[in-house]
Design a protein around this ligand. Structure first.
Ligand SMILES: *C1O[C@H](CO)[C@@H](O)[C@H](O)[C@H]1NC(C)=O
Ligand SMILES: *[C@@H]1O[C@H](CO)[C@@H](O)[C@H](O)[C@H]1NC(C)=O
Ligand SMILES: *[C@@H]1O[C@H](CO)[C@@H](O)[C@H](O)[C@H]1NC(C)=O
Ligand SMILES: *[C@@H]1O[C@H](CO)[C@@H](O)[C@H](O)[C@H]1NC(C)=O
Ligand SMILES: *[C@@H]1O[C@H](CO)[C@@H](O)[C@H](O)[C@H]1NC(C)=O
Ligand SMILES: *[C@@H]1O[C@H](CO)[C@@H](O)[C@H](O)[C@H]1NC(C)=O
Ligand SMILES: *[C@@H]1O[C@H](CO)[C@@H](O)[C@H](O)[C@H]1NC(C)=O
Ligand SMILES: *[C@@H]1O[C@H](CO)[C@@H](O)[C@H](O)[C@H]1NC(C)=O
Ligand SMILES: *[C@@H]1O[C@H](CO)[C@@H](O)[C@H](O)[C@H]1NC(C)=O
Ligand SMILES: *[C@@H]1O[C@H](CO)[C@@H](O)[C@H](O)[C@H]1NC(C)=O
Ligand SMILES: *[C@@H]1O[C@H](CO)[C@@H](O)[C@H](O)[C@H]1NC(C)=O
Ligand SMILES: *[C@@H]1O[C@H](CO)[C@@H](O)[C@H](O)[C@H]1NC(C)=O
Length: 819
């Protein structure tokens, strides 16, 4: 028991006293300490007590009680001469001066067992001494007390029996050792002490394996040691090797690599006592492994798998690449270096490790990674359709495989050692190209993709329709890859007419009768426009002809003159549309004739040009009015010798008429709204031509010719009536004009009427029975060729004298003749 334990005991004591004082009236009793032969009790102070008596009565033994007396100011006392290992009833009596018992208390306790005795004390270990002692009855345990001879060390160790070991001792130090027995009552007195010395400490071996076949053992010198013994045993073997040395370092060589050796070290003191031993086990460094296989793995990222043969005694392995990457493994004989870059040419070594350190590295193994994909890929198209994928050369390549995928799924590829791959590239497609370079490590799992879009193809089925005379509608089926179509018409100085995404365009406001060269150019945003599309020519409708003038060239035919604004070979059609009918004429030059137009009609005349392309717009219309119709019949009736009554039927379209009778000897004319007219100044016996002009309200005139008219023969003049000698009457006249007409003379006398005829050329005629003195009305008239007598010759009245006068008296009652 050290000093600290004592102090604890004192503190306990103090606490107990405090409790006792608290119980003021009743006296309390407790056992403070026991030994094999005594028992020490303590009690609380009782007021008024002048002395205390302690009685120790063995409880189960026939021995006599033992007493002890103490003064009134004492609160602790011992009873001696007790038997060891015996239960005693302890009684305390507090008494006054008259020895009256004031108060009493009782308790029970056992005395400690008997004192044991040491038989032998020796040191096997540098920090302990083992003590063999005799055991005593009743002891529940023993306390081994060790005290350094110098007195600086004190320890008590509880042991259950013999032998017991005192521990925590200093090496190579002398100690005094004694033993105490213990039971429930307390501990006995210490035994007779024995002196013993601890042995030297073991050498603190420090084993290292500087190489795969050596173990170096070093230790610091042990105090009081003069010699050391080291014994090495290979694990799992029974052969051992012993080395004695006074040095503090031993090297064991020719050992197996990666193998554990245990080394036991013992130090000896000058008295030849071996100290305790210490065993250290150490493994030699592992042998170098062999790289068996290096392989590239294509996982999520490129990794290098390194495989090696496992070696004995290795805890872990580290594989190093020549560019400083590493991986390690414990347990498995492979590891992965990741990420590994493409296009590398390096070597790898593997080193095994155990706690002794690393092995020598393995032989290095070369490896290459697959080539990096070319940084730049591009597509060239030196001429339309002839494309090539071209790429940068990359190192460590055996061959390249280039893939070309068209956007409709068609694929093409090249396996080449060159850096170009030609392929046919159709217009209007997008091509995705990529290049994978290969070497024996394989190929990069990823590669750059370059897309290339060709210029869109020209639309194949461009259809051009003339939708109106000046508008062309162009339609085509959309082509792949075209986002916009530019439609141009060459005649319009390359003006773009449509820029549209729709496959239709209307070119309007074009010039008539012009051939336009229409080009549809498909354009894509990426590549621009295909300027090689061929033009499609289509003409516009002919220009509209204009009617210049219309001339009547016969009673029913009109010549129409019009402009010819179109190219030769254009057909022109003139169309006259009337209220009841329509007339047309065609021509390739600038005029045509409308025939059989009825008189007295009005027409709208329009000219239209026609070519194979189409029809022009109609030109402006011009009105055409045919002349009024000539009356169907004209009748000329002579009213008097100098006057005719001309009558005619109405002519369609005519409002007024000019009628004229013409002869070489003069003419007569009248202008009237009526269908008849009287005309004077007619010369008898003359042939007249009969003409009529029918005039419409707008002034159009038709000239009409009719059968000629002959005026009647002239009435004779200078008619004389006279009496002949033999009572006959003679009528004499002069006749005008040719003497070709017979004459008839009628005499209307107061007595009788007479008639006589005269042959042509004759200038008189005679009447047989005339009476003188009578008055006669004489009408001499020529007889026409038709035998009809001219009716309008004027009568003359004569009175015939009987007296031989030759001539009658003329009573003039007629009109003047034209002559
Ligand atoms: C009457 O006389 C004329 C001649 O003077 C003659 O020629 C004629 O014959 C006569 N007539 C008759 C009936 O005699
Ligand atoms: C053992 O020896 C090595 C080298 O000789 C030294 O580095 C190490 O500190 C030593 N260890 C001990 C516990 O002495
Ligand atoms: C042990 O190491 C040496 C070099 O220190 C080396 O030459 C030898 O090959 C190694 N032995 C084995 C088995 O690895
Ligand atoms: C490409 O060509 C090389 C050498 O000519 C050949 O070894 C390889 O198998 C070919 N690859 C393919 C995918 O055809
Ligand atoms: C092609 O490349 C262009 C730009 O380089 C990109 O915008 C386009 O999306 C790509 N097209 C395809 C089909 O990959
Ligand atoms: C334009 O289109 C034509 C016909 O579709 C095609 O043959 C030609 O290659 C294209 N032009 C270009 C430059 O691709
Ligand atoms: C049509 O588009 C082209 C470019 O694509 C442009 O040069 C041209 O001016 C456009 N024409 C019209 C009429 O918008
Ligand atoms: C009709 O027009 C033509 C050409 O202008 C001209 O030569 C001709 O004289 C005209 N005719 C008439 C009757 O006006
Ligand atoms: C026109 O004149 C011709 C003779 O020149 C004649 O036969 C025809 O009947 C006439 N027609 C009209 C309508 O006057
Ligand atoms: C013009 O008309 C003629 C006869 O009607 C026809 O044969 C010819 O084909 C036409 N020409 C054109 C260009 O219409
Ligand atoms: C002329 O003839 C017409 C028709 O026959 C008749 O009505 C008219 O009175 C005649 N005029 C004269 C002066 O005879
Ligand atoms: C004229 O009279 C003669 C006889 O008297 C007759 O023979 C002739 O036919 C008449 N001529 C005409 C034109 O009437």
């Amino acid at each position: 028991m050290g000093g600290t334990q004592l102090k604890m005991l004192k503190l306990l004591l103090l606490l107990t006293f405090t409790e006792i004082c608290a119980a003021e009236n009743d006296i309390s009793l407790s056992v403070f300490a026991v030994t094999s032969k005594s028992m020490t009790v303590q009690w609380s102070d009782h007021t008024g007590a002048s002395s205390y008596k302690i009685t120790a009565t063995p409880k189960n033994a026939p021995e006599r009680p033992v007493f002890a007396h103490f003064g009134g100011n004492v609160v602790m006392g011992s009873v001696n001469s007790l038997s060891p290992n015996t239960v005693y009833t302890m009684q305390l009596d507090a008494m006054d001066n008259a020895l009256n018992v004031l108060s009493r208390a009782e308790t029970e306790e056992t005395t400690a067992p008997d004192v044991p005795s040491i038989e032998k004390a020796y040191s096997k270990l540098s920090n302990s001494i083992t003590v063999e002692f005799t055991e005593v009855s009743g002891a529940t345990s023993y306390i081994l007390r060790a005290q350094s001879v110098s007195g600086s060390f004190f320890s008590e160790t509880m042991v259950s029996g013999s032998p017991g070991t005192a521990v925590q001792l200093e090496p190579y130090t002398d100690y005094r050792l004694s033993v105490m027995s213990v039971n429930t009552g307390g501990r006995s007195q210490p035994s007779f002490p024995v002196q013993a010395r601890t042995v030297v400490m073991p050498p603190e071996l420090n084993a290292t394996s500087p190489s795969n076949d050596t173990i170096l053992v070093t230790w610091p010198p042990v105090e009081h040691a003069v010699l050391y013994t080291l014994c090495i045993i290979r694990e799992g073997s029974s052969s051992r090797h012993k080395v004695n040395t006074s040095d503090t370092m031993v090297t064991f060589d020719d050992l197996l690599p990666g193998t554990t050796y245990c080394i036991k070290g013992t130090a000896w003191d000058s008295e030849g006592r071996a100290g305790d031993d210490l065993t250290v086990c150490m493994i030699t460094r592992p042998p170098s492994p062999d790289v068996t296989h290096v392989q590239l793995d294509l996982g999520r990222s490129l990794a290098l798998s390194v495989y090696w043969g496992p070696v004995q005694g290795a805890d872990s392995y580290i594989a190093w690449t020549s560019n400083g990457q590493n991986c390690s493994s414990t347990g498995q004989s492979y590891c992965f270096i990741s990420p590994v870059e493409c296009g590398q040419n390096h070597s790898i070594t593997v080193t095994a490790y155990n706690r002794a350190g690393p092995s020598s590295p393995s032989m290095s193994e070369d490896y290459i990674t697959y080539p990096c994909p070319p940084e730049n890929i591009w597509v060239t198209e030196p001429s339309a359709g002839n494309c090539s994928v071209v790429w940068d050369e990359v190192p460590l390549v055996e061959y390249y495989i280039a893939f070309i995928k068209r956007d409709d799924g068609m694929e093409d590829s090249c396996n080449t050692t060159e850096t170009t791959c030609p392929f046919f590239c159709m217009c209007g497609y997008t091509y995705l190209t990529t290049v994978f370079p290969y070497n024996q490590a394989g190929s990069s799992p990823t590669a750059h993709v370059r897309n290339y879009t060709t210029i869109p193809c020209c639309p194949q089925d461009v259809s051009i329709n003339l939708v109106s005379t000046e508008t062309l509608e162009i339609m085509w089926t959309p082509v792949k890859g075209a986002e916009l179509y530019e439609t141009t018409a060459a005649q319009t100085d390359d003006v773009i007419h449509c820029n549209d995404t729709a496959p239709v365009c209307a070119l309007s406001d074009l010039m008539c009768d012009t051939a336009y060269s229409v080009t549809v150019t498909p354009c894509s945003d990426l590549r621009g426009c295909n300027r090689t599309c061929k033009a499609h020519t289509h003409g516009t409708a002919p220009c509209a002809p204009e009617i210049l003038n219309m001339t009547q060239i016969s009673n029913s035919t009109y010549r129409v003159l019009f402009t010819t604004p179109n190219s030769p070979n254009t057909n022109y059609t003139v169309k006259a549309t009337g209220r009841y009918d329509t007339h047309t004429c065609h021509s390739r030059n600038s005029s045509c004739e409308l025939t059989q137009l009825p008189c007295g009609s009005t027409y709208e005349v329009v000219a239209v040009a026609t070519t194979t392309v189409g029809r022009s717009l109609p030109g402006y219309s011009k009105p055409l009015e045919t002349g009024p119709c000539c009356p169907m019949s004209v009748h000329v009736a002579q009213v008097t010798q100098a006057m005719t009554n001309v009558t005619w039927s109405a002519g369609r379209g005519a409002r007024s008429y000019i009628t004229s009778l013409m002869s070489s000897r003069g003419h007569a004319k009248c202008h009237t709204l009526d269908t008849h007219c009287l005309m004077g100044c007619i010369t008898c016996g003359t042939n007249y031509s009969v003409n009529l002009e029918a005039i419409s309200s707008t002034g159009h005139m038709s000239e009409c010719k009719y059968h000629g008219f002959s005026s009647s023969p002239c009435c004779p003049t200078s008619i004389k009536l006279y009496r002949r000698a033999n009572n006959t009457l003679r009528v004499h006249w002069r006749s005008l004009g040719p003497q070709i007409h017979n004459h008839t003379v009628d005499l209307y006398g107061t007595g009788a009427n007479y008639t006589c005829n005269a042959a042509a050329g004759s200038k008189y005629c005679d009447i047989e029975e005339g009476k003188c003195g009578d008055v006669y009305r004489v009408v001499a008239a020529p007889v026409g060729q038709d035998g009809v007598k001219v009716s309008f010759c004027q009568p003359r009245t004569y009175s015939v004298h009987c007296l031989g006068s030759n001539a009658g008296m003329v009573i003039h009652r007629g009109r003047r003749s034209l002559d």
